[in-house]
Design a protein around this ligand. Sequence first.
Ligand SMILES: [Zn+2]
Length: 112
Amino acid sequence: MDVQRPIRIERLDPSRLRIVWGDGFTATIPLDVLRQHCPCAYCKGEHVFGTTVMLPLQQFSPGMNELVALEPVGNYAVRARWADGHDTGIYPWQLLRQIAEMVARDDTSLAR
Ligand SMILES: [Zn+2]
């Protein structure tokens, strides 16, 4: 399967990332949304991707939505390091793209 990969990931401000893909698609992803979709087994719990209402299965901890670093994993993903010490979430390009498209849709539906 041919997966689009980001050509640029930049920190827009302390709470948002801007990601540009090879096909020109650009999205601004709030870090709390990125954290909500942490794909690691610990966070994933029972949440179903794509639902708009998610029960807070994770307890809030200081710094949990604060991104310390994004580190490349091979050439297929990035690992997110959060300020609360959580670093087991590895986001494949495909997941980043899904999150970005979901955020873009939400933006559109909220726009007047
Ligand atoms: Zn996680």
